[in-house]
Structures are given as structure tokens and as C-alpha cells.
Design a protein around this ligand. Structure first.
Ligand code: NAG
Ligand code: NAG
Length: 276
């Protein structure tokens, strides 16, 4: 146990957990761990006491009652926190009822209370947790309206390659962008943006013309729900067509050069003839 909590602390330090300030909120990014601090100023032993952590005054986060708690058989913990919250056993004798929430989710953001209802006088501590979301593919989180993988098609034109990206039924309205492999945004045309009836989301078609060989990515972002998804396509264009030369103009140039040479030779032959 001793060794485990030491290892745990090292891991915490390493993963950059933000601890509570007396005032400000605890701010972490989604997926990391958060320590919510709660300590009695008397530093009295609370191993035989009861303390209860709630989120927004209603959800049961963690309850400890004289050794019995949610991780050793006690019922009643909110589904959202099952298997992710622990107290620090060795800290109890110093009046420290802090908890750690592992693998935080954006939905964990809120106002937490740490309550000692049986103490005289009763003690309650408030602490705010803010979990910042990161952009990622959230299709498996069953968020209604999260964009599916876009459809990507290509069409060879005289100017290069026309890339088309189609997104259907996304809500809230996503931003759709074409990017090259270096991540640069390519100038593009929003060909169509339409909103379906009865909350069916947005349909968007985006086109861009590219003139170099690269892997291009159509990136669909819904910032409000931290959802991002993309589809890729590899485009191969010959270096000549990049410069704007067509095979036709090369043939023409060769022919012109050939005839000029022939005419030049003929003129030279006639001039020599005359001199003689
Ligand atoms: C309470 O315990 C936690 C976890 O070990 C620690 O980070 C925190 O500093 C402790 N608080 C106090 C006031 O000692
Ligand atoms: C927490 O409470 C503060 C002050 O009452 C409030 O401004 C804030 O919006 C609350 N945070 C959340 C996530 O509910």
C-alpha cells in the first residue's frame, strides 16, 4: 500500500496534476487525473469519521464512513464516478480527506463539496473542477450530431486535381477544411451548406484545387463538442503539370524547334550557293 501510494504520487507529479489552490478552480485536461483537496485545519484524525464528496450538490462522488467506502463495498456511488475515485488512506490521520479522480472527463467539470456532516461544528469545503476538452474523434461517445467520417472524392482537371469533401447531418455546424500533409489550410470553396429540417444537422460540400503531389486531409471540426474527424486522399501529379506545361505544349515546342532548324539550314545552303 505504502509503495503503491508512492508510485501513485510519482505518476501524479509526472502527469502534471494540478492541485487545488485555496480559491481558484482545479484545471486539468481531459484524460489526466485531478486531485481535489480537502483538509481539516485541526489536522485531527478522521479514520473513524464520515466525509462525503458530492458534485453539484447531488451526484455521489465519494463517501467514507469509518473505513467503509465506495471502493470496498459501500453502495450508492454515481455511475459517472465508478472505479475512478480514491481517497488517500495514509493521509486520514492528518485530517486530509482529499480525493483523486482518475481519467477525467469533460462532464466531471463542476462544483464539488467535501462535507463532514457529523463534526461539531459541521464542516463543508467547496472546490471547483474544470476539465478542458481536447479535440478528438468522439464517434464512439454517442453524442448526437457528431460528424461521421467525411466522403472524399478527386477529379483530374486541366488546372490540377479537384478535391471534394462531403459531410452530412452534422450538428452543431462543423468547420470543414482541406489541409496538406504539413497541416496548411488550402484555399477552398464551400459549394453547398444546407441545414436539414427538424434538427437533422448540416450538409456541407467543400471543394479545393491542388497542383502538387501530397496526401490531403479533409478535417471536420465541431469545437462545441470537441469532436474532430478526417478523411485522407493521396494525390499524384507530375512535376510538369505543376508548372502548367501540358504534353501538347511540349510537342509544339519540339516541332517549332525542328522547323526553325530546317529553315535555318535551307537559308544557309542558299546563301552559300549564291556566294559561289
Ligand atoms: C492531502 O493529501 C494529498 C494527497 O496525498 C496531498 O496532495 C495534499 O498535499 C494533502 N493536503 C495537506 C493539507 O496536507
Ligand atoms: C460553480 O460555481 C460557481 C459559483 O457559484 C459558478 O460561477 C460556476 O459556474 C459553477 N461551475 C459549474 C461548472 O457549474
Amino acid at each position: 500500500m505504502e509503495l503503491l501510494s508512492v508510485a501513485c504520487l510519482c505518476l501524479l507529479t509526472w502527469s502534471g496534476v494540478t492541485s487545488a489552490d485555496e480559491r481558484g478552480p482545479v484545471v486539468v485536461t481531459e484524460g489526466s487525473d485531478a486531485v481535489l483537496q480537502c483538509s481539516l485545519s485541526t489536522k485531527q484524525n478522521i479514520e473513524k469519521e464520515l466525509f462525503d464528496w458530492k458534485k453539484d450538490f447531488q451526484k455521489e462522488v465519494f463517501l467514507y464512513d469509518a473505513g467503509k467506502h465506495y471502493n470496498n463495498g459501500r453502495e450508492g456511488q454515481d455511475e459517472q464516478f465508478k472505479g475512478r475515485v480514491s481517497h488517500f488512506q495514509d493521509e486520514l490521520k492528518h485530517g486530509n480527506a482529499s480525493i483523486i479522480i482518475r481519467n477525467t472527463k469533460v462532464a466531471d467539470s463542476g462544483n464539488y463539496t467535501c462535507d463532514f456532516p457529523r463534526l461539531q461544528p459541521r464542516q463543508t469545503f467547496h472546490i471547483e473542477l474544470v476539465v478542458g476538452g481536447i479535440l478528438k474523434d468522439r464517434r464512439n461517445e454517442s453524442i448526437p450530431g457528431a460528424a461521421q467520417k467525411p466522403y472524399v472524392t478527386t477529379l483530374k482537371t486541366k488546372d490540377g486535381m479537384l478535391l471534394q469533401c462531403e459531410v452530412y447531418g452534422a450538428f452543431p455546424k462543423p468547420t470543414v477544411e482541406w489541409k496538406d500533409s504539413a497541416g496548411n489550410i488550402i484555399p477552398a470553396n464551400e459549394l453547398q451548406v444546407s441545414e436539414r429540417e427538424r434538427g437533422g444537422g448540416y450538409d456541407i460540400i467543400l471543394q479545393a484545387t491542388v497542383t502538387k503531389t501530397d496526401t490531403f486531409r479533409c478535417v471536420v471540426t465541431q469545437q462545441d463538442i470537441d469532436h474532430q474527424i478526417y478523411a485522407e486522399t493521396y494525390v499524384a501529379l507530375s512535376p510538369l503539370s505543376r508548372e502548367g506545361f501540358s504534353t501538347g505544349s511540349i510537342v509544339a515546342a519540339v516541332l517549332v524547334t525542328f522547323f526553325l532548324t530546317v529553315i535555318g539550314c535551307l537559308v544557309l545552303v542558299r546563301v552559300r550557293h549564291r556566294i559561289r
